[in-house]
Design a protein around this ligand. Structure first.
Ligand code: SF4
Length: 292
């Protein structure tokens, strides 16, 4: 327990600041690795972060949740919880994430000409989720991802999979339009993507399709050319975000070309179709009959 009230207040302020940035999970560094930082050293909850081997069962979320906690531990529990984790309905949970995002000014994209935040659209219960890199001009105007020419092509891709746009969920790594449609920068992706991770944890899709290299590299945190990233499934768990459903063990993630790239180089559409067929097989989807 932290005895010093000034330290406790400063620590609570710091945690609120991180929460404002969309960062909720904090981890205690092994004291043998070096001098502990104030946040890490102060977060020494006796119950949550110091498991005893013989008490493994007590570490399950349900049991630890009913263990009495000191006032300080209560502060940390509240600050480390994401608001949507208190609800199981994905519609309500997404609304809470959107409210938490607010009129976001967390990264510099908020002052580089965005008209509005493009949060995401689609079925909150979707089995399939598409993730692009960021809004373009049309998306910025309409407030919805993938509504321009690239969006039309994505709609056709979804239809070819035997689905309707309303049945999937569509979002981007960053929610504000980068000026001149430039690639979002590392700090912008790092600041915004925790909200995407939380959306994924709420929607709990079976499959995520990363559209393009920027989405793939941000979701997977790996580098590589598209030729290496495509053609296989990855096991994906959203980093830093927990689902309220403990039975959800993450999604399969596939990588394919961004529709905007396919508009520039239509010869690659056949390759993209192979990626989508892999997803269809996993989800048991059949392409629509000609008459449909
Ligand atoms: S891109 Fe994301 S983090 Fe940056 S201002 Fe927009 S909503 Fe906020």
């Amino acid at each position: 327990m932290i005895q010093n009230s000034d330290l406790r207040r400063a620590l609570a302020d710091r945690l609120r600041y991180y929460n404002e940035l969309g960062i909720y999970d904090f981890y205690r560094r092994d004291p043998t690795e070096g001098s502990p930082q104030p946040v890490q050293s102060a977060v020494k909850p006796d119950v949550v972060l110091t498991p005893q081997p013989e008490q493994r069962e007590d570490m399950s979320p349900r049991k630890s949740a009913v263990v009495a906690k000191s006032a300080d531990e209560g502060v940390f529990e509240i600050l480390n919880s994401k608001p949507e984790q208190t609800v199981t309905d994905p519609v309500a949970a997404l609304k809470l994430i959107r409210e938490d995002l607010g009129d976001c000014t967390r990264c510099k994209l908020h002052q580089q000409g965005r008209k509005q935040i493009v949060f995401g659209v689609g079925n909150p219960h979707a089995d399939l989720m598409f993730v692009g890199e960021g809004p373009g001009a049309d998306e910025d105007i309409q407030g919805e991802p993938f509504v321009g020419r690239a969006g039309q092509l994505l709609n056709n891709m979804i239809k070819a999979m035997g689905l309707r746009r309303e049945e999937v969920y569509i979002a981007n790594v960053v929610k504000c339009r980068p000026p001149g449609n430039r690639t979002p920068e590392r700090d912008e992706c790092d600041t915004c993507s925790p909200f995407l991770m939380r959306q994924i944890a709420v929607i709990k899709p079976k499959v995520i399709v990363a559209l393009g290299a920027v989405a793939a590299k941000n979701l997977l945190a790996i580098n590589g050319p598209m030729s290496e990233l495509r053609g296989r499934f990855y096991d994906f768990i959203p980093s830093g975000a927990r689902s309220s459903d403990p039975s959800w063990q993450g999604a399969k993630l596939a990588v394919t070309y961004h529709p905007a790239f396919l508009l520039r180089d239509p010869r690659q559409k056949g390759e993209a179709w192979k990626d989508l067929q892999m997803v269809m097989k996993y989800l048991g989807l059949k392409p629509p009959q000609k008459s449909e």
